[in-house]
Design a protein. Sequence first.
Length: 215
Amino acid sequence: MGTSRRIHPDAIFVRFTGEKGFGFTYIDEEAYAAAADHFLAIALAHEENDTSEVRRQFCHDQLWRVFADPMGEQYTWHNVRWIAAAAVRDKYGYERETPRVVVIENAEDDAGIVIRAGDEYMDHPGWPKALIVGHPAIGGGPATFFSSKEDFELLADRPMSDELWLPQIVNRLYEVTPSVVMGMPKSDKGGKMQVQCRAVAFGTKAALKERAPKE
C-alpha cells in the first residue's frame, strides 16, 4: 500500500522582525503549485537555463529583497505569496513531507532567513497568535503576530482605526480562539460594513468561544 505524502502547506507565515508580516493560505495542492509556478514563470521568462540551482537562486534573491524592505511598495502581498510558495516548494520539494504550517522569518542571529515548520500554530492556547486580514479562499493577506496573550490584549485595547481594527473586533467577539483567526470586511444588505471572521485550527482540536453579550 502506498503512503500519502503531504506536499503542500495549508499556510505560510512570512514574519518580519516585530509583529508585522503576511499570512498566506493555499486551499489545496493545485493552488500552492499555481502560486509557485506563477512566480517562477515570471522569474525565468528571460533566463536561458532553467535548472534547480537557478530556481533556488531566484527564490532566495527575492526573499532577501522582501525582507530588506518589508513595508516597501515594490511588492504587493500577492507577489510575496507567490515568492513564498516557490521558496517553500524549493526547500521541501515533492519527495519530502511538507509541514502543514510553514514560517519564513529572520534567523535568530540575523545571519539569514530561515524556512521552518510552524508547529507552534498547531497548538491552541486560547488566544490568537496570528491575525490575518483576508480569507482562506483568496489566499490570505497582511498579518499581525503575537508572542503572548498580553501582547494581543495590549494591541486589542488600543483605539480602532483604519489600520488597526481586526484585533479589536476579534477581542470583542471571542473569549477563546484557535491560534489563527482571519477577518475580512464585508457589507450587509443595508450597506453597513461588517467583518466576517474565520478561525483556523489546521485540523487539530481547538476551542472557539464567543463572549457573552453585555447586559
